[in-house]
Design a protein around this ligand. Sequence first.
Ligand code: UD1
Ligand code: CA
Length: 450
Amino acid sequence: MKTALIILAAGKGTRMNSDLPKVLHPIAGEPMLIHAIEAGSTLDPDHSVVVAGYGVKDVRAATLAHDPDIKIVEQEKQLGTAHAVAQARDALKGFDGMALVLYGDTPFIRSETLERMRDALSQSDVVVLGFEAVDPARYGRLVMDGQQLDRIVEFKDASDEERMITLCNSGVVACKSDLLFDLIDAVDNKNASEEYYLTDIVEIARSRGLTATAVTCDEWETVGINSRAELAKAEADFQARARAALLEDGVTLTAPETVFLARDTVIGRDSLIEPNVVFGPGVTVESGVKVRAFSHLEGCHVSRGSIVGPYARLRPGAELAEHVKIGNFVEIKNAQIAEGAKVNHLSYIGDATIGAEANIGAGTITCNYDGVMKHHTHIGAGAFIGSNTMLIAPVSIGAGALTGSGSVITSDVEPDALALSRAPQVEKPGMARKMFEMLKAKKAKQQRGS
Ligand code: UD1
Ligand code: CA
């Protein structure tokens, strides 16, 4: 069955006390909305529709930056979850398949759970994701009759007896798309909140002789975020799970609680991550890599056997081949570093290609930016860049070439050539002693004078 995701994200999130729409607050370096979208993406959806309202401009920009194929529809007034879903109707016109409703502020639903919901939809007209709540608090309650879900009652509208139910509504709903919009048409707002409740579709479906059921998952998957405190807790929980998963996968974390991971961090077996390393989005690390303490990696790839850090920064587009060494206080951005190359100390390598076994001396800088445009630097295999070389891009250093320390390289260097561009050294015998005597005399005169 084809799949369409409808992700509700119109809420302001008043309790966040923020100008940023709630769903754009980050967990593991990415908006929680992106986590929700990605949870559904493993179902390989044909359409994804985000229902935005508060901060629609920002929500649109963040969503499209992540995936330009996602449709954004606007819900101008938040009249309830059913009304929110109804906004996706036009975007899904002609779509024949399962519509899955997710919440943008509920970032942790596992793909396996969503797959179970899709499977359950072959037996039932409406499938709701429920969970056994430790503290059911103000969640909607699932009123079951054996395997059948009879209705969902919101806490505000529930009787004392219904409030005793601990099986709660996560909010995630699966239903054939046509039927979903059909059922929503019948939803009214005659309830304690005067909202159009999506949850009402269950009772409406049952009254039409259709079937509904609940699939259940662990409570942590359904956690919604409403405040900064809940955001911090969600981050901590996410990190704890991500670290545990890496340990399970055969990665050594010397001090797991000090390593921060992104949703999509991939680290190969027998890699070692030292304390205080931060992974931003888009990092893949192959096996047998050592990432030393206090390094920051983002949007980069590190191949087998490489060593990074301590205190290294790999920015988006950094591609390290096998057995590369990136040392302390080195920043790499949008650069391919070929096998066995070394950039060991205090360097900036940006918009560059570095050949195999090249050695980049301490303090080397690729001057890639002229204030308006970025330019490329190429360094051939086996080249040796002397310490404190400034490479004024665009520039190319041939294979096996050498640049003298302190050189400012403005034009291309042939393979195997030595390029030097620094003022020649002059030496004046006895001059140092004379200068000091002069200065001391001057100081003595000043002190007498005062
Ligand atoms: C909803 C469910 C409740 C469930 C709970 C789980 C309904 C009526 N109730 O309640 O059964 O236990 O979630 O967290 O569905 N939204 C919009 N537009 C709207 C209203 C909401 O986009 O007009 C979005 C919100 O931004 C949020 C999500 O839908 O992401 C849920 O809305 P919220 O108002 O938080 O629903 P709850 O009252 O928590
Ligand atoms: Ca909520």
